[in-house]
Design a protein around this ligand. Structure first.
Ligand SMILES: [Mn+2]
Length: 475
């Protein structure tokens, strides 16, 4: 493809020449003769010409298929240049803003007169990669500091939250990799082990071992790191921590020698991908697979709190990971045991105004309840699901909705925060209430009466009209 670049500064010519050759056949038109001479000496195809004259472009054999790049340094004569290019038959016109402080405004002004031109700002083209490089070198500094600090320890404990999820497990592997340690010298551990079937499958498929530790054992380690969790989670049982890496909101009231808390990130694995990249670490297929799966599951495949950095980490890890293995791990979600609870909910559940509510009775494990709530939300015509069950004398209730109706977290807080713990986000929430406290407020209900009562509360909540949305309803 032929390209004609109308430039004023030598730097811009040299930069374009480096970028465009050899894919393009480029010719430069420059007003200043001394600059043209220097460019000539450097072997660049430049000519001195007046860019405001149409015959300049006719001489240069401009055709409608020639790509014309015009450097814009803010001069008023730019419009004359564009007019001349168009008069000579030019149609593909790119204006490259260099040192234009408000390039959006400049673009708008030009486009009002020449709607078909393309405006590119050098600062915008160049800024993203430059900032990425700068922040990577800051991250490198941080990582090297904690690598050095932890280097002399015999054994490092990498502590995860209870019932570790894919993000916690993957972060454990990633940190071990950054610390250049083995499973004998960096122990991945939790105070309560993995219970969810898909997470157990992940442990088996990727051969990850999670030690179970007591607070007393934690204290015996020379160095302690935490990933995907912060010390307050352990309720004061862990009083010394050297390194904390997490994406949950920052908690106060603890001190750590090093910490990297980024609440705007969708997963801890995203933070650790940046750490690994910053120090050019080799990422094994196993670690990449775990991390990719973690980002996918913590962001619900980019449905929940994910941003550019998560997508960036995902695309970096993707070619390093084993996609078939991830499909196997995800397949583990459906188990016979879980299907039993799906059937129970089908038999006892009730549906009204697209709200599905079910009580599944006593359950040996908590994960059956959110699983059933997620399951029924997939049905057409279901917009809310509320599934409750009893685990060890405690009522557990999972609430899900499609995300654009009223807030699920508000619902559980409104009715259950006075008798237990209740909270969550717009689309997913949970209440945990001791049975005695529940009976104290609502009475001793039969399973059918319980379902009716909760369904009634949900409909009342969903249909509560705020003054602001009344108009919407009428419209
Ligand atoms: Mn996480």
């Amino acid at each position: 493809m032929r390209c004609l670049a109308v430039c004023q500064s030598e730097l811009v010519v040299r930069m374009l020449d480096e970028i465009l050759l050899p894919s393009f056949e480029v010719e430069y038109l420059v007003e200043s003769r001394p600059i043209v001479r220097r460019l000539h000496d450097a072997g660049i195809n430049a000519h001195a010409a007046d860019p405001r004259r149409t015959d300049t472009y006719l001489k240069a054999d401009l055709t409608p298929g020639t790509c014309v790049i015009v450097e814009d340094t803010g001069r008023k004569s730019l419009k004359k240049v564009i007019d001349a290019v168009r008069d000579a038959g030019g149609t593909l016109i790119y204006v490259l803003g260099v040192g234009i402080s408000d390039f959006r405004k400049r673009e708008e002004t030009l486009k009002s007169e020449f709607p078909e031109l393309y405006y590119l700002a050098l600062s915008e083209l160049f800024g993203g990669p430059l900032l990425t490089e700068f922040s990577r070198s800051l991250t490198r500094l941080r990582v090297q500091q904690y690598q050095r600090f932890l280097a002399d320890a015999d054994r490092v404990l990498i502590l995860l939250h209870n019932d570790p999820d894919p993000d916690a497990l993957a972060s454990g592997l990633a940190l071990r990799n950054i610390l250049r340690r083995t499973k004998q010298t960096a122990i991945i551990a939790a105070m309560q082990g993995v219970t969810r079937p898909e997470n157990i499958r992940m442990l088996n498929l990727l051969d990850i071992h999670v030690d179970i530790v007591t607070p007393a054992q934690v204290a015996e380690y020379h160095r302690v790191a935490m990933v995907d969790v912060q010390p307050h989670y352990f309720g004061g049982t862990v009083d010394r921590v050297d390194l904390v890496i997490d994406h949950h909101p920052e908690q106060s009231g603890y001190s750590a020698v090093f910490k990297d808390i980024r609440p705007d990130y969708g997963s801890t694995s995203t933070i650790l991908t940046e750490h690994l990249r910053a120090v050019d670490a080799n990422i094994s297929e196993r670690t990449a697979t775990a991390m990719l799966y973690a980002i996918k599951s913590d962001t619900l495949f980019f449905n929940r709190q994910a941003n550019r950095v998560d997508i960036e980490a995902f695309s970096y890890l993707y070619p390093l990971a084993d996609a078939a293995m991830i499909r196997k791990m995800e397949g583990a979600e459906i188990t016979m045991e879980r299907l039993e609870y799906v059937v129970k909910a089908k038999q006892s559940g009730r549906m009204s105004e697209q709200v599905f509510c079910a009580y599944v009775g006593h359950s040996p494990r908590e994960d059956f309840i959110p699983y059933v709530a997620d399951f029924y939300l997939q049905l057409e015509n279901v917009k809310w699901t509320i599934v409750a069950g009893i685990v060890n004398d405690t009522l557990i209730m999972s609430v899900r909705n499609l995300g654009y109706t009223r807030n699920a977290g508000e619902f559980v807080r409104k009715y259950f925060s006075d008798i237990g713990s209740a909270g969550g986000h717009r689309a997913m929430a949970k209440a945990v209430v001791p049975i005695a406290a529940f009976r104290g407020k609502f009475g001793n209900l039969s399973p059918e009466a319980f379902t009716d009562r909760i369904l009634g509360l949900a409909l009342e909540f969903i249909n509560e009209h705020h003054p602001s949305d009344k108009k919407l309803v009428r419209a």
